[in-house]
Design a binder for this molecule. Sequence first.
Ligand code: FES
Length: 115
Amino acid sequence: MFLDTRPKVPVHVTQTDETFPCAHDESLLQGMLRLGRKGIPVGCVNGGCGVCKVHILEGQTHPLGPVSRAHVSAEEETQGFTLACRVAPVTAIRLEVTGKFEKPFRKGFAATANA
Ligand code: FES
């Protein structure tokens, strides 16, 4: 069995109050998915759709690839907004999911309840 011994730092999602360990060479979104966690919305996982947009409240990240200006403006980027599938953690991270945050199960329940 593969034992993942890479050094990791904690990533905390404020809305769900979840914390998961993320390696320095994987994106915040990959770290969450590897553990089967939820909290950050998952889309293309390739920087194209923008659903994983987050606001980094504390900590430092480094880019794994370009962040699309269609989803994060240059001004937003200076304020700490980024795409969770495009950055990896350097230090412990505290973030909030922005814009399109919604809980899928509630959305489904509401749609059924209103039918
Ligand atoms: S999941 Fe699509 S941009 Fe990150």
